[in-house]
Write a protein that binds this ligand. Structure first.
Ligand SMILES: C/C(=C\COP(=O)(O)O)CCC[C@H](C)CCC[C@H](C)CCCC(C)C
Ligand SMILES: Nc1ccn([C@@H]2O[C@H](COP(=O)(O)OP(=O)(O)O)[C@@H](O)[C@H]2O)c(=O)n1
Length: 336
């Protein structure tokens, strides 16, 4: 019998900066998600929960001598650079080395976004990919690669804003081109179905808004953002590709969707969610109690798939309904 309860504590040095839910099995407490203690410097989180069964504390970084502070989870800035620049503190107390580090990470990810779209534009131009497949591959890869890039940013509280700046710039790019205030042919060709710039103001715009929302609201402190984007990108994206290809058997209540597409969304959404959470766990950002997490991800994937299959696309775009439904169900299941 699993007794579900939340235990709050404020003084335990095992405080987890992440919000995590403890599922009590009699006297033992298992933590669904836990980060390394020092991964998040702001231990003043008042949503921390005590981790009582000390599974292997993540020491992935204990023995890595960080040459700057706050150290980013994956990279360390040479101490000489850190010493040189950290004498200056920008307004509001953001250390310059953190500003420089995260600013560099933002520029790098922005460059990656531009390169991705340009690459698919080139493949479409050379008729290696048709426009529809190009769009779907950009849909799948953009968000997943954005998730893959999150650990590059530092562990400062401002890091999420630097990460969210990337989809924000792409939001502006889509808006300007969608309103024909600019004409980026490559963007239009690789991201629209028919080549109409106005298409940029729907699916793609909602898509980058969801990327921003997940980075700002959930960030690396919760699996909810990771799973929501995995379902929107890995699930919905694959549903389109396989549904168009193999979707002869249509869903009774929505003749525009097929069993093949929905089953693809369920399977790939689930696998990509697990895979992305596993990625975050092996680089030491979270610990997962897989026995409890996998069934929850399966439930979330099923609900997101059902929502995606509903004939509501004309009212609410999939790039809104799928992530929002995932956030709602994941928020509920991960807190019970
Ligand atoms: C084609 C896209 C959405 C349309 O979806 P749907 O209507 O077919 O369901 C995706 C648009 C992607 C956007 C132009 C670029 C977004 C880049 C992202 C913010 C950052 C990627 C970083 C990474 C390192 C490549
Ligand atoms: N569950 C699904 C989803 C998409 N599809 C196929 O993929 C096409 C595009 O799906 P969609 O309307 O969700 O496209 P987006 O809004 O995701 O761009 C549909 O017209 C179907 O041919 C499917 O067969 N089953």
């Amino acid at each position: 019998m699993i007794l579900l309860s939340l235990t709050l504590s404020s003084n335990n040095h095992h405080l987890l900066p992440f919000s995590s839910v403890c599922c009590h099995r009699r006297r033992h407490t298992t933590t669904l998600f836990a980060p390394p203690r020092h991964w998040n410097n702001n231990n003043n989180s008042n949503h921390s929960f005590v981790k009582q069964t000390t599974t292997k504390d993540i020491t992935a970084y204990d023995n890595v001598r960080f040459l700057c502070s706050p150290p980013p989870p994956l990279l360390a800035v040479p101490v000489s650079l850190s010493q040189r620049v950290s004498r200056f503190v920008v307004p509001r107390g953001i250390p310059v080395d953190d500003l420089l580090y995260n600013g560099g990470a933002t520029l790098g990810v922005l460059g990656g976004a531009y390169a991705l779209v340009s690459a698919f534009d080139d493949l479409t131009e050379r008729n290696i990919l048709n426009q529809g497949l190009s769009r779907k591959l950009v849909h799948i890869m953009s968000g997943l690669l954005f998730l893959v890039s999150w650990p590059i940013f530092s562990n400062s509280t401002e890091a999420r804003y630097f990460a969210a700046f990337v989809p924000f710039v792409n939001f502006l790019r889509l808006l300007v081109n969608g309103l024909s205030l600019a004409s980026d042919e490559g963007l239009v060709k690789s991201v629209t179905r028919e080549g109409d710039p106005k298409e940029l103001l729907r699916g793609p715009l909602y898509y980058v808004l969801m990327l921003m929302l997940c980075a700002l609201v959930f960030w690396r402190e919760s699996p909810i953002g990771v799973v929501s984007l995995s379902m929107m990108c890995g699930g919905d994206g694959v549903a389109d590709i396989l549904g168009r290809r193999f979707g002869s058997m249509k869903i009774p209540y929505n003749k525009n969707k097929s069993w093949a597409g929905s089953i693809s969304m369920l399977v790939f959404g689930f696998l990509v969610s697990i895979g992305m959470l596993y990625y975050y766990s092996i680089i030491g950002l979270i610990q997962l109690d897989w026995v409890n997490v996998v069934p929850r991800i399966a439930l979330v994937s099923l609900v997101a798939t059902i929502v995606e299959s509903l004939p509501i696309t004309k009212v609410v775009d999939d790039n809104i309904s799928v992530p929002l439904a995932t956030m709602a169900v994941a928020s509920f299941t991960f807190s019970h």
